[in-house]
Design a protein around this ligand. Structure first.
Ligand code: PEP
Ligand code: MN
Length: 339
């Protein structure tokens, strides 16, 4: 249920209403905009007397929210959420666009530092790199694990770039203390125990869409994190599995406007895992930018043919520079159309 409070209502009257609701075993989510305050009510609202609430002098209207996702729902929070990342408090969402770039996996100090420096010079604002790798085969490189996180932290010290890396097991959380954004990979999108643990942290979470999951399921997974109290969720469309084999996955770009309609959370796109082919990354990165993504996550390697993971889709630094330039051109065209 969403309760729209009349403009200029005194804060203590709003608080009285919130206390009254919470005393009935319900949770609230308050969104204060420039003109009105919206109280989202979460829980079994069937016993709440809708007529009684709409009759209150401070209430402008009451709406039932039929969707099962509540906290992530735009009806609860009409303005775009802006998520702050890292010590610099980089803002993500609501027109604040970021490119996260780096290798699929951290392989060595030399590799991660050199990639970090080159992607920063080309315009990336965050560094990615896997330390714990979810691999289809148990015999493939599984990542440098704790040492990989240490190397990412070193790259952060060298470049100042906030770091983004994937978690696969909640028991590893202590290792992520200085990680700026914790990534939940496609394979763990519905690892609900992991999502609940991340809901108890205050770290920004980059939640990737599962290989065979619907947009609604992605939103329900984000709801798990938010239900635990962590509201800092960034969604990522990374392609879904279809009958098509020409690309690794099929990039569902329509997810971007659909998600923007349904949720206030920022939405970024991963054209690398979506296509699996380096030469397709640029066109899809540009298309994702044009259709309203709040950012991109792109795999870049200093020596793709020898990468330990995902070399075929990894860009060389100079190719990444070209993509970043194209993305800037699209963004300025978009700004011109809006202005
Ligand atoms: C990754 O980002 O390296 C990764 C494994 O992505 P996904 O979970 O989308 O496959
Ligand atoms: Mn990868």
């Amino acid at each position: 249920m969403v309760i729209i409070v009349k403009p200029n209502t005194k804060e203590e009257r709003i608080q009285d209403l919130i206390h009254w609701i919470e005393a009935q075993n319900l949770r609230t989510h308050v969104s204060s905009g420039d003109y009105s305050t919206i109280i989202g009510v979460i829980g079994d609202t069937s016993k709440l007397d809708e007529d009684l609430i709409s009759g209150l002098d401070i209430v402008e209207g009451v709406k039932r929210v039929s969707e099962p996702f509540k906290s992530v729902n735009r009806k609860f929070h009409p303005q775009d959420s802006v998520i702050e990342v890292g010590e610099q408090k980089l803002k993500v969402g609501h027109g604040n666009f970021h490119i996260i770039a780096g290798p699929c996996s951290v392989e060595s100090e030399e590799q991660i530092i050199s990639v970090a420096k080159s992607v920063k010079a080309a315009g990336a604002t965050m560094l990615r790199g896997g330390a714990f790798k979810p691999r289809t085969s148990p015999y493939d490189f599984q990542g440098l694990k704790a040492d990989g996180i240490e190397l990412l932290l070193e790259a952060k010290r060298e470049t100042g770039l906030p770091i983004v890396t994937e978690i696969m097991n909640a028991n590893h959380l202590p290792l992520f203390e200085h990680v700026d954004v914790i990534q939940v990979g496609a394979r763990n999108m519905q690892n609900f125990e992991l999502l609940k643990e991340l809901g108890r942290t205050d770290k920004p979470i980059l939640l990737k869409r599962g290989l065979a999951n619907t947009i609604k399921e992605l939103l329900m997974s984000a709801e798990y994190i938010m239900a635990g109290g962590n509201e800092r969720v960034i969604l990522c469309e990374r392609g879904v599995r279809t009958f098509e084999t020409a690309t690794r996955n099929t990039l569902d770009l329509s997810a971007v406007p659909v998600l923007h309609e349904l949720t206030h959370l920022p939405v970024i796109v991963d054209p690398s895992h979506a296509t699996g082919v380096a030469r397709y990354v640029k066109p899809m990165a540009l298309a994702a930018t044009a259709c309203g993504a709040d950012g991109l996550i792109i795999e870049v390697h200093n020596d793709p043919p020898h990468a330990l993971c995902d070399g075929a889709q990894s860009l060389r630094p100079e190719q990444f520079e070209d993509v970043a330039r194209g993305v800037r051109a699209i963004r300025s065209t978009l700004a011109g159309l809006e202005g």
